[in-house]
Design a protein around this ligand. Structure first.
Ligand code: ISL
Length: 572
């Protein structure tokens, strides 16, 4: 790939900050974060230095899945604000050089969306075929439902609708019916809606579960999975399906071709793609194919789930984590593009998951993890609160959770005979609500998030871990994130360098080199609580190197022993 300065997109050296509006900042005291809260804190994002904000859904929604169930794509949920505020946010973010990337949720709608309300009303409604309707299975075995598929939120992926006696498909909650992308009218309606948002000034889309829009259809019928598949075949039959690449290429032509944003750029396209391999990643992100700019791989966040799935906790030895990310670096090299993330609104807090959130190691492990991730090749993402090292919350029982995935899993597992305390162990570690506790802005009782009662309690550790406490502290996690973001902008090796993993089997050190145009960055982090001598371990560091970033206060020699969770980037 030859790159001139005009051709290099901003996201090669850029950083995207994810805002989950419900939990970011509340400007009107109702306990729910809102667009006014995002506008109020743009200074924080500007000082962090990010290039774009990905806004989780703010559209009208019954909020069964906290906004990922949309009932009107052209309206803002009242608890978040209104379209005027959305316009103001776009304008004020742009004035600071920050792009706005909208969440696009079009695998499914809310069951309250007028399209579905019409679709369910009769078998001959013109919108009937906009969703997946099927008659009950003849003979009722192995399931009365049309296929064996299980939903991602527990229970069958089909719900029987009394109005017509037919089942409709929902890969997620029953209140999130799947749109039928086989129908060209559906795709045209999605394209029109996307153009409407681009006209309004947004700079791109993060596309929710976009690899689920094409289901495998044989002679008009959806198929069961293999009998032993725990998910009933939903992954094999409806992920990365046969037409997904055609649909994405069509979307590019219909929505993005010839479009420029206020920054004079092509809008960015970021696909969320669970259960995707490097080979799939190449298909989705090779620019010559004209599909997506980048996708989110899940491999590195699925490592702590065992054969039983997400809640079947497994230890993650460091070699597995670093080789998983390295395989994507090597696999996409020169062809596709990575997105780099530790956290989002669906994942537990990274400092608790892959770091060490004890008071002794929290700052060092949060900054070490930031260093290694952001020094990989790709577009880096920061999830709100990650930049101050926010940790998982100490949940006391299932009643503390608001997320339907957590609540459903608890009840289903207990009904199936699991010990409730054991189920809670996994929920404490993996519940999505860990990511959704309000951002800790200061040490006041509700962490400066709201003047009312927060919809989800603030993490009690906010008295120590908050933005105000870190704002002007050069040794803070926040200051380190600002440095990492700046380095990515300033040092071309970060965006363009090739990647070589060193010491793949080392159980404490995460080390790699990046090389570009005669310059090398050597990145090394001690991902453990005991010191390691990197030179003795075989990392090629020399005393004439220049330390361009570290989390050791800037005084260590390039070759010095690395203390617990110390991280260093050395340029030669
Ligand atoms: O978090 C998960 C369950 O463990 C993931 O499987 C998640 O459901 C998957 O990544 C898809 O996520 C996206 O679509 C969901 C929504 O609930 C998530 O918040 C969203 O990021 C359905 O829209």
């Amino acid at each position: 790939m030859s790159e001139t300065s005009e051709q290099v997109p901003w996201w090669h050296s850029g950083v995207v900050y994810q805002v989950y509006p419900r939990s970011f900042a509340d400007s009107d005291g109702d306990g729910v974060g809102d667009l006014g809260g995002v506008i109020d804190h743009l200074d924080h994002l500007e000082r962090l230095g990010v290039d774009a904000v990905w806004l989780s859904p703010v559209y009208a929604s019954p909020m069964v899945d906290m906004g990922y169930d949309i009932s009107d794509y052209h309206a803002i949920a009242p608890e978040f604000g209104d379209l005027d505020q959305m316009d103001r946010l776009i304008e004020q973010a742009h004035a600071r050089g920050i792009r706005i990337v909208m969440d696009l949720v079009v695998n499914h709608t809310s069951d309250q969306h007028p399209w579905f309300v019409e679709s369910r009303s009769s078998t001959d409604n013109p919108k009937r075929d906009w969703y997946w309707w099927r008659r009950p299975r003849e003979g009722g075995a192995p399931t009365p439902e049309p296929t064996t598929w299980q939903s991602f939120f527990s229970g069958p992926a089909w719900t029987l609708d009394d109005t017509t006696g037919e089942y409709y498909l929902h890969l997620f909650a029953p209140e999130q019916p799947d749109l039928n992308w086989e129908n060209p009218e559906v795709r045209a309606a999605v394209h029109a809606m996307m153009r409407w948002w681009l006209d309004r000034g947004v700079d791109g889309f993060r596309m929710d579960v976009i690899n689920m829009v094409s289901k495998r259809v044989v002679d008009g019928a959806l198929q069961d999975g293999p009998p032993d598949a725990l998910d009933g075949g939903v992954a094999s039959q409806s992920l990365n399906g046969p037409k997904v690449h055609d649909y994405l290429a069509e979307m590019r032509r219909e929505v993005f071709e010839g479009r420029l944003t206020a920054f004079g750029e092509t809008p960015v396209t970021i696909g969320e793609t669970p259960v995707t391999t490097v080979a799939d990643g190449l298909l989705y992100t090779d620019p010559r194919r004209g599909e997506l700019d980048m996708i989110f791989t899940f491999e590195h966040v699925d490592l702590d789930g065992g054969p039983g799935g997400k809640w079947d906790l497994q230890p993650v030895p460091l070699p597995r984590l670093k080789t998983t990310l390295a395989a994507w670096q090597e696999g996409l090299e020169g062809v596709g593009w990575n997105s780099l993330y530790w956290s989002n609104h669906d994942q537990p807090r990274v400092v608790s998951r892959y770091g060490d959130d004890s008071p002794e190691h929290r700052v060092a492990s949060a900054t070490a993890l930031a260093t290694v991730l952001h020094l990989h090749r790709g577009t880096a993402f920061v999830y709100q609160g990650e930049e101050i090292g926010m940790a998982n919350s100490p949940w006391s029982g299932v009643d503390d959770f608001r997320d339907l995935e957590s609540v459903n899993h608890f009840h289903q597992a207990v009904a199936a005979g699991a010990d409730p305390e054991q189920v809670m162990v996994a929920l404490r570690r993996k519940s999505r609500d860990n990511a959704r506790t309000p951002v800790a802005w200061d040490a006041s009782p509700h962490a400066g998030f709201t003047t009312g009662e927060p919809w989800l309690p603030v993490n009690p550790d906010h008295r120590e871990v908050n933005v105000a406490a870190q704002e002007d502290d050069p040794a803070s996690v926040l200051a380190h994130y600002r440095r990492v973001v700046a380095l990515r902008h300033e040092e071309p090796v970060v965006a363009h360098g090739d990647f070589t993993l060193l010491l793949p089997d080392h159980e404490q050190l995460w080390a790699f080199t990046r090389h570009h145009d005669g310059r090398t960055l050597t990145v090394v982090a001690n991902c453990s609580g005991s010191p390691v001598d990197p030179v003795a371990a075989g990392v090629p560091l020399a005393d004439d190197g220049e330390v361009v970033l570290d989390n050791e206060g800037g005084s260590a020699a390039p070759t010095a022993v690395l203390g617990p969770w110390a991280a260093r980037v050395v340029r030669t």
